[in-house]
Design a protein around this ligand. Structure first.
Ligand code: ADP
Length: 653
């Protein structure tokens, strides 16, 4: 074999080797490509490639799990352009990014297809200075988009909520720069224009001049920022409006992030409060004026009434009067007493209303009071042929804690009505029952009854039912209701028209043993006047009153009465006669009764001498003041003779 043949053989052999290597290499490359494609296909995201053909970008590759999520396969996309999958608007937007990349820029875009949001980065492949294709890498951002949407919604909701508040709110950072604020805040401080304009500004510069004294305000603000404790105060805005200002430090994860202020315009509320206070003050003033008027009126009425009642009582005792004259005297007395009741009732009512009523509370055996009242009211019942029955079921010794006189007043008022509004020959029955520790006393009549619609109103002052005839001014039940309430009880009524009414009162019961013990301790009553000689000095400028007392005391043996018409004359007589008791009118022409009292009492010889005030002023304050000074007693005019004599005998014995 020649040399040539050998070299040919070598060449052939080397070709075969090269071919084998090439085939092997090819196979390896193919395998690598398949591996790569498999990897690309299996990746969570998506890889794409495109080239430009004419005016369109054509996909040469699109693989990955993301493609499947969008409901597409590689075969459906390869060789197609954007406009075949997307709406025109979306395709145009994406195309802008594609053309940027085709021009050599690395870029990205977000898109949405078949319910999937995804994000793609595009990188151009450049050969010999020319873009030959673009490779894109996409990831699924659907979850992130969803959270962003929720966050966005919640922020929008919060914003709306904060903006709809009627309270202005602002948040500042540690450098006093405004971070956030709401619409109401802008409204209150008259900031116009977009909120963004004021964000980042120093809150001092924006706010302080709105307040009366901005230096003080600045200091307050600084203190709050230093202390970082919630605080509330009221400030006056420069337009004289009052703002309520609340401060809260704002923490996140335990770290101070800012400072919140809430401002509320409370001008209207303040004005309302002021109005209420003023109205209340006016009402108090009006009430005081009414009480003063009543006190004055009652004083003016009591003085002449003293004459009418006093002298007619004396006249009643006169044996020389014939039957007709006695009847006249009784009528005068009746009219006078009625007038006196009216004056007393209106005084009582105003005293209760103004909270000035003084009660002498004690344990009271209730059947005694009821029996007493039945006795007092019996003549009235007899006149109409009305029977009064007191059924003491079980005959219990019930005791209540009450003011005896006031309780009597209550029963008399109710019994008086039960007779007044009863039919001729009707009935009044009184019975009681006990529920828990409360005693209910019922007064049932067979009278005209009260319509349902009026059963509440009758307890109002001066209310009288339209169908009511006869005497009365509608004050009795109002007084009963007020009196029973101040004694811790209640009053009510059940009634049927034409059948009658059941008025009841309730009072808390007192333990019977306690009541009996107290009564035993009360002791003996004072001795009577008879069998002694006493001198009484009466200092009084009103002749009528003087004459009346002279007449009353003139009938009693052993009493000498001396009198003076001025304070100074009274003091002289007191020094001269050393009386056993002094009756002193408080309204004297030269000196006030108190002055006379003080001067007499300044002499130690009179320390023990009882001085009794006699006055037409029946206001409780006046009575208390006099008793507080040391007067032995305070007698209100007009004088009730038996009571007057009891008082005298008490202090002379
Ligand atoms: P007066 O008797 O002076 O009118 P009261 O305050 O005692 O005032 O009573 C108010 C009103 O209640 C009476 O005018 C009457 O219409 C009604 N009233 C009170 N007691 C009775 C009763 N026992 N039966 C029917 N009506 C009554």
């Amino acid at each position: 074999m020649g040399l040539v043949n050998l070299s040919v053989l070598v060449a052939i052999l080397s070709s075969i080797v090269s071919l084998t290597i090439y085939i092997k290499y090819k196979a390896q490359a193919k395998k690598a490509e398949i591996d790569l494609m498999t990897t690309i296909r299996r990746q969570q995201g998506m890889t794409l490639k495109y080239i430009k053909q004419g005016d369109h970008y054509i996909y040469t590759l699109m693989e990955g799990q993301l493609l499947g999520k969008m409901g597409l396969t590689s075969a459906m996309v390869t060789g197609k352009n954007l406009h075949e999958f997307y709406s025109k608007q979306d395709a145009d937007t994406i195309e802008q990014a594609y053309s940027k990349a085709w021009n050599g820029e690395i870029t990205d875009y977000e898109a949405h297809l078949n319910g999937i949001d995804y994000f793609v980065t595009l990188s151009p492949v450049i050969k010999h200075g020319k873009v030959v294709e673009v490779i894109g890498s996409g990831v699924d951002i659907s979850e992130r988009k969803k959270s962003e949407k929720i966050l966005h919604m919640s922020l929008a909701l919060r914003r709306t909520l904060i903006d709809s508040l009627e309270i202005g709110m602002v948040v500042i950072d540690d450098d006093r720069k405004i971070i956030a604020l709401n619409r109401k805040w802008c409204q209150l401080f008259k900031f116009e224009g977009p909120i963004q304009k004021i964000i980042g500004k120093d809150v001092f510069e924006q706010m302080a001049f709105f307040f009366e004294n901005n230096e003080v305000e600045k200091k307050k603000l600084n203190d709050l920022l230093v202390n970082q404790k919630p605080a509330v105060d009221e400030v006056e805005h420069f337009e004289n409006r009052i703002f309520k200002r609340s401060y809260f430090p704002f923490y996140m994860d335990g770290e101070l992030k800012g400072h919140i202020w809430a401002i509320e315009d409370i001008n209207e509320r303040k004005a309302m409060e002021r109005g209420i206070i003023e109205t209340k003050e006016e009402a108090v003033k009006a009430n005081k004026a009414k009480s003063e008027f009543l006190a004055r009126m009652s004083h003016e009425l009591r003085t002449p009434l003293n004459g009418i009642l006093g002298f007619s009582q004396l006249l009643e005792l006169e044996e020389t009067l014939n039957a007709k004259q006695q009847q006249f005297v009784r009528e005068i007395l009746k009219g006078g007493r009625h007038l006196l009741t009216l004056i007393n009732d209106s005084l009582d009512l105003s005293a209760i209303e103004s909270g000035k009523i003084k009660l002498a509370l004690d344990t009271v055996k209730i059947d005694e009071i009821i029996n007493e009242c039945i006795k007092l009211i019996a003549p009235l019942a007899d006149k109409k042929g009305i029977s009064i029955a007191f059924e003491q079921n079980g005959n219990h010794d019930w005791y209540v804690f009450a003011d005896k006189i006031r309780l009597r007043q209550i029963f008399l008022n109710l019994l008086d009505n039960a007779i007044k509004y009863n039919r001729e020959n009707g009935k009044v029955s009184i019975h009681w029952d006990k529920r828990d520790d409360i005693l209910f006393v019922h007064m049932v009549d067979t009278g005209i009854g009260i319509p349902d619609s009026e059963q509440k109103s009758i307890f109002e002052p001066f209310y009288r039912s339209d169908h009511t005839q006869g005497e009365g001014i509608g004050m009795g039940l109002a007084l009963v209701s007020q009196l029973i309430q101040v004694m811790g009880g209640k009053v009510g009524v059940e009634s049927r028209i034409g059948e009658g009414s059941d008025f009841w009162i309730s009072l808390p019961l007192v333990n019977a043993q306690v009541a009996i013990d107290r009564q035993l301790m009360e002791g003996e009553r004072p001795a009577l006047l008879q069998g002694h000689n006493f001198t009484i000095l009466y200092i009084e400028d009103n002749l009528l009153n003087l004459q009346l007392v002279i007449e009353i005391l003139g009938t009693i043996q052993g009493i000498s009465l001396i009198s003076a018409m001025t304070g100074s004359e009274g003091m002289e007589l007191a020094a001269e006669w050393r009386p056993d008791l002094i009756l002193l009118d408080l309204n004297l022409p030269d000196l006030h009764g108190y002055e006379v009292f003080d001067r007499i009492k300044a002499n130690p010889a009179y320390e023990q001498t009882p001085i009794i005030a006699l006055s037409a002023n029946a206001m409780p304050e006046e009575i208390n003041q006099a008793l507080g000074k040391g007067f032995a007693e305070y007698i209100c005019k007009p004088i009730e003779i038996p009571a007057f004599l009891t008082v005298l005998s008490k202090h002379l014995s």
